[in-house]
Write a protein that binds this ligand. Sequence first.
Ligand code: PLP
Length: 397
Amino acid sequence: MNKQQVVDIVEEYYLPVFARYNIVLSHGEGPYVYDNQGKKYLDFLAGIAVNLLGHANPKLVEAIADQASKIIHCSNLYYTEVQATLIKRLAALSGLGKVFLANSGAEANEGAIKLARKYGKTLNSDRIEIITANDCFHGRTLATLTATAQTKYQKGYEPLPAGFKYVPFNDIEALKAATTEKTCAIFLEPIQGEGGVNMPDATYLQQVRELCDKTGTLLILDEIQTGMGRTGSMFAYQEYGIVPDIVTLAKGLGGGVPVGAFIASDKVASVFHSGDHGSTFGGNPLVCAAANAVLTEMEENNLLDNAKKVGEYLQCGLVKLQKKYPTIISEVRGKGLIVGAELTIENGRDIVNACLEEGLIINCTAGNVLRFVPPLIIQPSHIDEMLAVLDNVLAKI
Ligand code: PLP
């Protein structure tokens, strides 16, 4: 099929919910992808913070192929060694005790919400409320879009599930005022990704942890975008010196293979019993083999250190561009390899499109924040390459 044939078919038959860019991708290698006309792009989006190892990583490809040749799927009615290996690693890395494997971020969050509700009810039958933060993003299922405190994702799907409350992010006093004897959990992204790479104030998460401890409220952290090393630590909460009661993961966990997880403390997890939750595909041997390969590659190639070091280089480079174009870039923020450049203009889509023309994939979130979430394998030379393209594009505005 040529490019136009692919575009026409997708536009005719796919539910029209995605505003796609006008390229047809065919394959990739490392931090680069190629379209079906052979054009090369430097990928600073990585499938929205998914392809941690870049594209076609040989170890990941081998692990998936090897597992596929043995057993792809067998249901959670049986035990598998690859799943045992993965959950033991995730428990050790997170400092928490029990893992459930799902197929996506929304599903991981959905499970965490169910667990928090069940736990709250063991304390008091009406302890079911969950507080989330304005501008957060937790997914597209009914409960997770209700947790997502942005009306644009909720409009048209009413009635929404009851029991969610919203407060401004970074406002500990608002959180204290909203927390009552009905609150079972406070549910936050440590750094808000879709909301515009919004950073927590230095002590905010510690104060939230203290509030939760004082009131017996659970702290759920959504690390679907920030987890798996993106900030330079395996979990962003490790950067802030706290441990949540439940953490959720997806995106980078499988390096591109769909797998999510929620990980809970033993105490919280103890309210779940056989039959209380489930999934046909969740944590099947294929995705577990992929996730194990991702973790091994991260360890063997020191990708946490790389994310930290190269992330600083990226922010420095963007700050230089901000100084050069102060009327276009108003702020640069982030941690490790989740970085945002806020624009003074209302919509960054034209900049994203111009970068695409020049062979660079980035994206724009929250309307006017350019988001950089490249693979964790990128090197300073890739940053230089990206900055040169962006510089060219900004110069033309
Ligand atoms: N939570 C966060 C922080 C996310 O960034 C996303 C996706 O962007 C989700 C949840 C939903 O994940 P998924 O699209 O895999 O359902």
